[in-house]
Design a binder for this molecule. Sequence first.
Ligand code: 5GP
Ligand code: MN
Length: 337
Amino acid sequence: MSVPPERQWQRAVAMLTGADRVALACHVAPDGDALGSMLALGDALRSRGTEVVASWGGEPFEVPAAYAFLPATDLLVPPWNFPAEPELFVTLDSGSPDRLGTLGDRVRTANCTIVVDHHATNTRYGGVHLVDDEAAATAVLVAELVDRLDVELSQDIAAALYTGLLTDTGSFRYPSATPAVHELAARLLATGIRHDLISRAIYDTAPFGWIELLGQACATARLDVAAVGGLGLVWTVVEAGDLAASGLGLADVEGVIDVLRVAQEAEVAVVVKADPIEGGWKVSTRSKGAVDVGAVCAALGGGGHLFAAGFTSDDDDADTTLARLRAELEAAPHLPT
Ligand code: 5GP
Ligand code: MN
């Protein structure tokens, strides 16, 4: 699977231009690409006169503080007010219906579903698929859709798309940040958006509690150079108590993995986070290129990309979850790097 065929683009554009109402959903616990892609498309459709609602099917239903600057957040409706039988349903950055949480059933009840995504594991659960596993972000596909809808690239749309590009390429550091990605970024910047303020909001702004939480997470981090077949593993656990003490929510802990993965002795970095709302654990994994953590997490009921993936677990304690993950990591084949 690679670039979506022309026929799929044409069908998607015909449906989106023909619909009076469109309902958009992205994955639960949305990140920059999920939110940015959804709000960029929502803003573009609204500018054409379409009635748009947007949501995600999980709690907390609150835009994370780091993404509060995003445009078109007035399109957001809580999942319990989302249309039960949308005329046209569009999902963004979601590889399978379960990633849509409580909105997953709309794939069945909607008149038609357009899937816009870049996960290699996408299960093709819609009627029309704009799916490209080589796209650096879902935002890349939405940028093309905005062009094909003949919508002018406003600063609002550009800021939302830039957010998706920035976050899914690790600030343009991953191999996915190709020349074409930089060209798209240049186009977005040329609208006059303040990319410096976007980066500051996402990466360089947090309450002091985050510093304390990071300190705790780093102080309790462990390194096992023999793990992952000798490639090395670094991990930490963020307990519910740590989170409560910091006054932060689960979404605020996202950045911890980016600090942990710096450890040069470890191919794989893992953060196990207690979920204060759903209970259980939310696990983030990253690899440097020699292990497909997407496949590892898929084997544990989650998913993601080759080098950034996650899963959830209902184990009573983090050690049980870690033991299951370590066993999968031991068995994972080593990729050529
Ligand atoms: P993060 O660690 O930043 O939460 O997620 C990294 C990547 O893994 C993202 O592409 C995200 O969509 C995916 N991911 C994280 N958790 C899950 C999960 O529970 N299930 C699936 N299918 N993908 C996940
Ligand atoms: Mn994405």
